[in-house]
Design a protein around this ligand. Structure first.
Ligand code: HOC
Length: 362
């Protein structure tokens, strides 16, 4: 078998290595999976207006997000239960991030502990993703653990007062296999994702554990218990983005949770311009949702994102080749972005601006 040449080939290969339950959980979206599709289609509506006769013999992809440096504007998105893809799970992902020198966001629902993942880090940054639990002491303990383990920012997911209805997970009665645990939570409470008749065990878990009454005040509360910068993930409107900044967010991740929450929600890329306009340079704007090509990244950066987060393709890399697979997925994206920058006359990230793209009327 030849080495995959792009992220779509990784996806096809990964499908052969994953159980039906894991594949459906990773690849599925909510409802009719409209938003899942919108995220991809949105990129096709933009075309490039490349600049010619620019010296692109040397390119520099380095970026800085919330004051933290990256060799390329690509981070690994938070994704739960990575041991479903590979026995090394989040540890393999962390090692790949370390090799490429890029940042990763670890999910609260990781299947390797945050301390173990942190021990893979040398000179890169790792952020920790949070939900607000009904039991605030649980959230507070997670924040303290992330702080002591050296995570350099908290990423608060705000688009999930309830979990979106993912029908594939419902059908499969999604549950974690025996022996796989919620590595950050089992030390605090007897929590697991168990088989639940007629519904997704994750949905049942979420409804029981996560607080749907969370408001902007809780963003203040979070900042009152930590000195770590807080990034708000899951914003799709300019006014919400402004509010997030007013309430102290240092960064905003434009995201619809990979099409897994409100089905029919706008594509992340389509929400980006309004948010960039509303926030200006008061916070760093990042984007996730549908990134599969270096040219997708270039489009997001041209619309004002400082960096992107990549989710599912990392899991495909993990399922195909563990750490090496994740490294290769990141390398493919980095190299595609590098080439796209060269061909559009942008030798640096700073040279990328909105003049290099146009929204097609077709
Ligand atoms: C604390 C429960 O973001 C997904 C993940 C996990 C959500 C459950 C969190 O499946 O989209």
């Amino acid at each position: 078998m030849l080495r995959p040449i792009n992220l779509f080939e990784y996806e096809s290969l990964a499908k052969k290595n994953l159980s039906r339950m894991a594949l459906d959980y990773y690849s599925g979206g909510a409802g009719d999976e409209l938003t899942l599709r919108y995220n991809r289609v949105a990129f096709d509506r933009y075309q490039f207006r490349p600049r010619m006769l620019v010296d692109v013999s040397q390119r520099d992809l380095s970026a800085s997000i919330v004051g933290q440096s990256l060799p390329m504007p690509i981070l690994i998105a938070p994704m739960a239960f990575q041991c479903l893809a590979h026995p090394e799970g989040e540890l393999a992902t962390a090692r790949a991030a370390q090799k490429l020198g890029t940042g990763m966001v670890l999910s609260t629902l990781s299947t390797k502990s945050l301390a173990a993942v942190a021990s893979e880090r040398k000179n890169i940054f790792q952020w920790f993703q949070l939900y607000v639990h009904k039991d605030r002491s649980l959230t507070q303990t997670l924040v303290e653990m992330a702080h002591s383990a050296g995570f350099s920012a908290l990423c608060l997911t705000v688009d999930a007062p309830f979990l979106g209805k993912r029908e594939r997970d419902c059908r499969n009665q999604f549950a974690l296999p025996p022996g796989m645990e919620l590595a950050n939570l089992t030390c605090m409470a007897d929590l697991t994702i168990a088989k639940t008749a007629g519904e997704s065990g994750l949905f049942a878990y979420f409804t029981e554990q996560i607080d749907p009454s969370v408001t902007w005040k809780d963003l203040e509360w979070l900042q009152s218990i930590t000195r770590l910068p807080v990034i708000v993930k899951g914003i799709l409107r300019g006014d919400d983005a402004k509010k997030a900044v007013e309430y102290g967010a240092r960064g905003i991740i434009v995201s619809n949770h990979g099409g897994r929450q409100l089905d029919g929600a706008i594509a992340s890329l389509d929400a980006l311009p309004e948010i960039v306009e509303a926030v200006g340079d008061k916070a760093d704007i990042l984007l996730d949702g549908g990134i599969r090509r270096g040219t997708d990244i270039l489009k997001a950066l041209a619309l004002g994102a400082k960096a992107v987060l990549v989710g599912r393709p990392i899991l495909w890399g993990l399922a195909v080749g563990g750490e090496a697979g994740v490294c290769h997925v990141l390398e493919l994206l980095r190299d595609e972005l590098d080439l796209a920058m060269a061909l559009s006359g942008c030798p640096t990230i700073q040279a990328i601006d909105s003049s290099i793209i146009v929204r097609s009327s077709v």
